[in-house]
Design a protein around this ligand. Structure first.
Ligand SMILES: [Ca+2]
Ligand SMILES: [Ca+2]
Length: 227
C-alpha cells in the first residue's frame, strides 16, 4: 500500500493538470491585446482631462509665462542694460480686460501665485475667506452655453480668452506678444501651452490652471493654491 499511494497521487495530479489545460484551451477566451483591456492603466497614457462644462463659471489662473531671450524683432529687452524683462500680462474676455497682473522683475519666466499668503494662512487656520479678496491672480469667466441644434455660438468671442504679455518699462513698454486661448481647448486642471517663434511674438510658454468656480470657496482656494 505504501508503494502504490504515491503512484495514485501522481496520476491524479497529472490528470488535474491535463484537465485544467484542456479547459483552458477549450473554453477560455483568446487573449485581449493590452491596448483593448479595460481597466488596465496604461502608464504612458496622458491623464484624463475633463473638458469644461458649458455655461459654467471657472477661475482661469495664469501660473507662469516664459518669454524668449530677446523681444520681437530680435531686440534686447532693456536697451543699454543687461537685465531681463519685467514681465506682466493682462487677460481679456468679451472685449474687456478682466485681469491685470503685477510685474515680475528681471526674469524670462514670470510666475504668479493664485492667492495672497495671508489668505492662504487664513484658510489653513479655518478663518473666513472671500474669493474677491483672495484672488490676486486669475479671473472668473463663464463658458459659452451649448449652441441650439444646428446653430453655432452666438458670439465666437464668448469662448475666447486673450493673454497679452509685455515687458514693463519706465516709459514705453516692450510688447512681448499676445495669444488667444479657446475655452474649448482648455480642460480642468493644469495645461502647458507652447508657442513657436512665429505664433506669439516672444511668448514661448504659458502655464494655465482652470478650476471650477462653483465649488465651495475654501476648496477652490485649496485647488488654486495646490503646487
Ligand atoms: Ca524693456
Ligand atoms: Ca528689467
Amino acid at each position: 500500500m505504501k508503494t502504490v499511494l504515491p503512484w495514485i497521487v501522481g496520476l491524479c495530479t497529472v490528470g488535474l493538470v491535463a484537465g485544467a489545460a484542456w479547459v483552458g484551451v477549450t473554453y477560455l477566451p483568446p487573449p485581449v491585446p493590452a491596448a483593448q483591456r479595460a481597466g488596465v492603466p496604461d502608464p504612458f497614457a496622458p491623464p484624463d482631462r475633463a473638458p469644461l462644462k458649458p455655461d459654467h463659471d471657472y477661475v482661469v489662473l495664469i501660473r507662469a509665462i516664459e518669454v524668449a531671450p530677446k523681444g520681437p524683432g530680435d531686440k534686447t529687452w532693456e536697451r543699454g542694460f543687461d537685465d531681463g524683462p519685467d514681465l506682466a500680462y493682462d487677460l481679456s474676455w468679451r472685449g474687456n480686460v478682466i485681469f491685470s497682473s503685477d510685474v515680475k522683475e528681471d526674469t524670462l519666466i514670470g510666475r504668479w501665485e493664485a492667492v495672497n499668503v495671508d489668505v492662504w494662512d487664513s484658510v489653513q487656520n479655518g478663518g473666513n475667506v472671500d474669493l474677491g479678496q483672495a484672488l490676486n491672480n486669475g479671473a472668473v469667466v463663464r463658458t459659452p452655453a451649448l449652441p441650439e441644434e444646428g446653430g453655432g455660438l452666438k458670439d465666437i468671442s464668448d469662448g475666447m480668452l486673450t493673454v497679452r504679455v509685455w515687458d514693463s518699462d519706465l516709459f514705453d513698454n516692450d510688447e512681448a506678444g499676445e495669444v488667444t486661448l479657446l475655452m474649448s481647448d482648455l480642460t480642468e486642471g493644469d495645461s502647458e501651452l507652447r508657442f513657436s517663434v512665429d505664433q506669439a511674438g516672444a511668448i514661448r510658454r504659458i502655464s494655465v490652471r482652470v478650476t471650477d468656480r462653483e465649488v465651495p470657496v475654501r476648496n477652490l482656494i485649496e485647488m488654486l493654491r495646490a503646487p
